[in-house]
Write a protein that binds this ligand. Structure first.
Ligand code: AMP
Length: 281
């Protein structure tokens, strides 16, 4: 597996692959890899001649300094996992390599970056769009793999690809979960033992909400979920939203939408966890 820390080397590698007409799959990550990331890599390895991964904890997408400092970094284990599954190349740039000077550009996605995550993480999606655009330009992939776990991110990237005409197919992979339903996340490893045992409540509540939505009105399901979180003092609910899975616009009447996403963000143990389920109505 080739490891690139500088853009120059990676650009030359990409040019070589393009010359051979090899299809390129790209999986951007922030490292601390788990089976959720692995599933994205496995999809890419299956569908492309070469797979390039990136590991970069992108400061531009953190609005919380402490979260950035505490973000888990496990480079050796990550590289071992990627070697084992047969990834072809990894880009591991420093912050200075990606941002030699403080970037001036920001992205505005209209309503899309003002709702849900955007409401609580000011500038987050601008930072995501900036680094992903840069990585797309360097790696020039045919396909890019993202997880449904970060549904709003997927929607933003789809918009970015469409509006800037990146010739890239977006592949969205399902949420990988622990046996007890907890969505896998690099942040889970920061949960205490107690927090880890409480965390599956998030997915349990999403499953209950999915069931209730078949029998009750949207507003009543939202109230029930908020009440359930109120009864769990260990959790601080940031949002629970029932939204159209493509546009992320709020859903009022289930029958008017084909795919509906139930999205949640909550704090537990000082760690912010997000999850979602998509239902076909
Ligand atoms: P991150 O390293 O958290 O930025 O995630 C890198 C990519 O992996 C993103 O596209 C995430 O949506 C995806 N991802 C993270 N966790 C999961 C999961 N549990 N299941 C599927 N994809 C995931």
């Amino acid at each position: 597996m080739l490891i690139f820390r500088e853009m120059k080397g990676l650009r030359e590698y990409v040019a070589g692959q393009k010359k051979k007409s090899a299809t390129i799959g790209f999986v951007p990550t922030m490292g601390a890899l788990h089976q959720g990331h692995e599933s994205l890599f496995l999809h890419s390895l299956n569908e492309n001649a070469v797979t390039i991964g990136s590991i970069f904890v992108n400061p531009a997408q953190f609005n919380n300094k402490e979260d950035l400092l505490k973000y888990p970094r496990t480079e050796e284990e990550d590289l071992e996992m990627l070697r084992t599954i047969g990834c072809h190349a990894v880009f591991l740039p420093s912050v200075e390599e990606i941002y030699p000077v403080k970037p001036l550009m920001t992205f505005n996605f209209g309503y899309l970056d003002k709702i849900m995550e955007g409401k609580f993480r000011d500038g987050h999606f601008s930072g995501v769009a900036l680094v992903v655009s840069k990585l797309f330009n360097i790696c020039q992939p045919d396909k890019a793999y993202f997880g449904q776990k970060d549904l709003q991110q997927v929607t933003i990237i789809r918009q970015l690809i469409n509006e800037l005409a990146f010739p890239i197919e977006l592949v969205v992979c399902p949420v990988a979960r622990e046996e007890d339903g907890l969505a896998m996340s690099s942040r889970n490893r920061r949960l205490s033992q107690k927090g880890r045992s409480q965390a599956p409540f998030i997915y349990e509540t999403l499953c209950l909400a999915e069931k209730l939505l078949k029998e009750t009105e949207v507003d009543s399901v939202c109230n029930t979920v908020r009440n359930l979180f109120d009864q769990k003092p260990e959790f601080t609910l940031e949002y629970f939203e029932i939204a159209d899975a493509e546009t992320l616009r709020p859903v009022k009447c289930v029958k008017e939408h084909n795919r509906i996403a139930l999205c949640v963000a909550a704090w537990l143990d000082g760690i912010r966890l997000i999850d979602n389920v998509i239902i076909i109505s």
